[in-house]
Design a protein around this ligand. Structure first.
Ligand code: ACM
Length: 627
């Protein structure tokens, strides 16, 4: 269910009009609208089209006429004439709203700005030849013949399709979350003199493509059958938001055309929530920011040595123990905010909430359960998975001893399969990432169980044992209809079946083509350009890591994953930003390190190489949201 509430101020009558639209797919009988506003109604109420049921301070409840049915795509309008005082600002309409169903269930509604009595626009520098559309990533083709002198505050949707209304409402909601000071860009009910937005499906466009045509102020958005409508709406929302923020630089066309479609199918952003735990609202906001950048794959790095972050019902030890560091715990305080240690995990319901939130914007969530390496907290919580005879004999690059699930222990397979079965229940995306990175050289070589296994099977070293383990996991995932995602090391020790794999090249720039050459589908995320934990400069006080050098914004922006190597043809599936969190201990650092380099990677994922232009990008990137 989704409801959208528009409110309109009628100054000449001193009245406020409400328009509640049912953007869901089920009719609602006898709806009651509840909302809170500082422009309160006086008693007795003088309302046409509804009846005041309750009012307490700013809380209001109105009922429809008995027997009224609000059908999908329809709007219930009513007007209250008895108000305490006139409204003077757009925030004097409902601040929040909801619909009470017949059984008293509350369904939240999105409440847009109070629309002004006289429609105001925002004066732009329309005569300025350098005015641009303010859309990031840069669209494929932009041909504007002239600009509106007054950019509309919002566009009024002309559609009776509830699903279209819902998406339009959700893009307004997204814009409100990311740009709370800007007007919300779309309304479903408006005064007559507002700029109109028409929507037309067009099967000839690419599924995720769109075309916007402006004809003397009327805007028509043509869209393909996939995410094209959403991407076109985001472009319009950005255009209005940026014209409002910087009218000297960004405008809204009066006539002209934009044609657009993504360059790469995979436009990813990764987030390591193990080294630092990000509360659910920050994860949801990260997804919002991805949506605003037209990114479409959220790589959620849910486990690592320092903390396990997902509830697994079969192994309560993971959230009771492995999700915590502390002085008395198997994993001592590591990189969290302080020496008291760090705790945090997402319940399965919360993870599903992230999947649902992302899905409304066409974003797929790829979970990562990092095995067999990076399992210090798992082995601390589940000591039965350790070979008791194995001495402390290998150390990960991060300094953890004996931190990899042992392929010679039956429980390692049971553990991985049981966890992945639950993971697949939560995350519907076809790729499940199982890590595979950074198993230390010599791992398991002094485990008597591993030595016996090597004698029996002929497997001869760590990479071969790892590949054996991962092949088993790949077969298990294939049985669940999933592909195995993994870091580039998955190709070591004989590798896996490329048909059911998607690999992430990270250690060098050349690695993407090397993996493609070996027949793997690849995502390019080289540490040298796309790891957003790398410091921005070599200055002593520049926060970040430096194993891959330092990475100023222009370096990230200039990087092109497709360097023309023929091996990449058909194998390079896209690009991804990786946000490793070891150094991202505070919100200030997160924002400093992630933005605007994330915007640069979003543009590389979407825009043609010949459309990239650093100066244009840099000015606009400053207006993009942060956490
Ligand atoms: C990685 O950075 N360990 C994939």
């Amino acid at each position: 269910m989704h409801f959208h509430l528009d409110s309109l101020w009628h100054a000449e009558e001193g009245a406020m009009e409400f328009a509640l639209t049912n953007c869901g797919s089920t009719p609602v009988t006898n709806p009651r609208l509840v909302y809170a506003t500082l422009t309160r109604c006086l008693r007795p109420s003088k309302c046409t089209g509804a009846r005041l049921v309750r009012r307490q301070a700013n809380f209001h409840e109105y009922a429809s006429d008995e027997g009224f049915v609000l059908a999908p795509g329809e709007t219930w309008r009513f007007t209250e004439h008895s108000l305490t005082r006139p409204a003077l600002h757009s925030n004097e309409g409902p601040k929040s709203a909801g619909v009470l169903l017949e059984d008293d269930t509350l369904v939240l509604a999105f409440a847009g700005d109070l629309q002004a009595s006289v429609v105001e626009g925002c004066a732009t520098a329309a005569q300025n030849a350098a005015l641009t559309c303010g859309v990031l990533p840069e669209p494929k083709r932009v041909a504007i013949s002239n600009w509106a002198e007054t950019a509309p505050v919002h566009l009024a949707l002309q559609s009776d399709d509830a699903a279209v209304m819902q998406l339009v409402s959700r893009v307004s909601e997204l814009t409100r979350r990311l740009h709370p000071l800007a007007p919300t860009p779309f309304v479903l009910t408006a005064k007559e003199d507002v700029a109109l937005l028409c929507i037309t499906p067009d099967q000839t466009l690419p599924a995720d493509g769109y075309r916007i045509i402006w004809d003397e102020g009327k805007t028509t958005l043509h869209h393909g059958s996939g995410q094209g409508l959403f991407y076109g709406l985001v472009s319009l929302a950005q255009m209005l938001t940026h014209a409002h923020a910087e009218p000297q630089r960004y405008g809204v066309p009066l006539s002209g055309e934009i044609e657009d479609a993504p360059r790469h199918g995979w436009r990813g952003a990764h987030l390591d929530v193990s080294r630092q735990f990000y509360p659910l609202d920050q994860v949801l906001r990260y997804v919002d920011i991805m949506a605003w950048h037209k990114m479409n794959r959220f790589h959620w790095h849910l486990t690592d040595d320092e903390g396990w972050r997902l509830e697994i019902k079969a192994y309560p030890q993971l959230t009771e123990t492995a999700a915590h560091t502390g002085m008395d715990l198997p994993v001592l305080p590591q990189l969290g905010p302080d020496m008291t240690g760090q705790s945090g995990f997402y319940t399965q319901d919360e993870a599903r909430q992230v999947v649902k939130h992302a899905a409304q914007f066409g974003i797929e969530v790829m979970p990562e359960i990092d095995v067999p390496g990076h399992c210090a907290c798992v082995l601390g919580a589940l000591p039965d998975l350790v070979d008791p005879e194995e001495p402390e004999s290998y150390w990960s690059v991060q300094g953890f001893a004996n931190n990899a699930l042992n392929p010679a222990i039956e429980g390692s397979y049971t553990f991985a399969e049981t966890v992945l079965a639950e993971v697949c229940e939560i995350f519907p995306f076809e790729v499940v990432h199982v890590g595979g990175d950074e198993v230390a050289e010599g791992a398991w070589m002094q485990s008597p169980k591993a030595q016996a296994m090597m004698r029996e099977t002929g497997l001869k070293d760590t990479p071969e044992l790892q590949a054996y383990f991962l092949r088993h996991i790949q077969t298990y995932l294939a049985g669940l209809g999933r592909k195995l995602g993994g870091w580039e090391e998955v190709a070591h020790g004989g590798g896996l079946d490329p048909e059911h794999s998607l690999l992430f090249a990270w250690t060098t720039i050349e690695k993407t083509a090397e993996l493609a050459q070996e027949g793997y589908d690849v995502i390019s995320t080289p540490g040298q350009a796309y790891y957003l934990d790398m410091a921005l400069s070599d200055a002593w006080y520049a926060p970040g890591a430096s194993w891959a050098g330092f990475t100023p914004l222009d370096k990230t922006y200039a990087f092109e994953a497709d360097n023309g190597d023929p091996a990449l043809q058909g194998r390079l599936k896209g690009v991804q930003a990786c946000v490793w969190s070891e150094h991202l201990t505070t919100m200030a650092r997160r924002n400093h390190m992630i933005f605007p380099r994330l915007s640069a990677i979003a543009e590389a994922g979407w825009s043609a190489a010949e459309n990239k232009a650093y100066d244009r990008f840099k000015s606009l990137a400053e207006l993009m949201p942060s956490l």
